[in-house]
Ligand binder design. Structure first.
Ligand code: ZN
Length: 175
């Protein structure tokens, strides 16, 4: 099995943030949809999927959002789908965070195809940019506060913070 390329996924997410001028928090996903020319549809289906980006004639055309689901989950789902687009993954899927959960769960993580892991890494960097997280270093252990600022789930936030420490330790060593 091909290994997921996390650093590439994060690099592309950083590029999207820069190119699309996503300066605000929480990350303005609708701005990305607009620039991509995606139609944006909100539905309310408690039993439905979290969200999806639907292709028409092989072109991403509609961003579909399920308002019946918690906002952080919708946002992660859509950011994940954007990951597939920007990382040029050929096959799109219907992502359901409830079933496939988010990044970091050891057990299901191993079974996840590399493209799914890359899309998750992209979503994480898009929604929780490392340099923005740095600005909140004083609150770094306050997961509740951070997850509400970045509008992500506590699980996604915890993983981002763990990665943040891992990364900053690495850079310290290099100095
Ligand atoms: Zn996916």
């Amino acid at each position: 099995m091909v290994e997921p390329n996390y650093s590439f996924a994060r690099k592309i997410a950083k590029k999207v943030i820069k190119d699309y001028k996503l300066t605000e928090l929480p990350t303005e996903l609708t701005k990305v949809f607009q620039k991509l020319g995606l139609k944006y549809i909100e539905l309310n289906e408690p039993e439905g999927i979290d969200g999806a980006i639907i292709e028409i004639e092989n072109k991403p055309s509609i961003a579909y959002l399920n308002k019946a689901k918690p906002i952080p989950r919708q946002r992660f789902t859509l950011a994940h789908e954007l990951g597939h687009i920007f990382l040029k993954h050929s096959k799109r899927d219907f992502y359901n965070a409830e079933e496939s959960r988010e990044i970091g769960d050891e057990e299901t993580d191993h079974a996840k195809p590399p493209q799914e892991k890359e899309a998750d890494a992209f979503a994480s960097e898009l929604l929780i940019p490392n340099d923005k997280l740095k600005q909140y270093e004083a609150d770094i252990n306050n997961i509740d506060k951070l997850s509400s600022i970045f509008q992500v789930s506590k699980e996604a936030m915890t993983i981002a913070v763990m990665n943040y420490w891992k990364y900053s330790r690495k850079t310290k060593k290099r100095c």
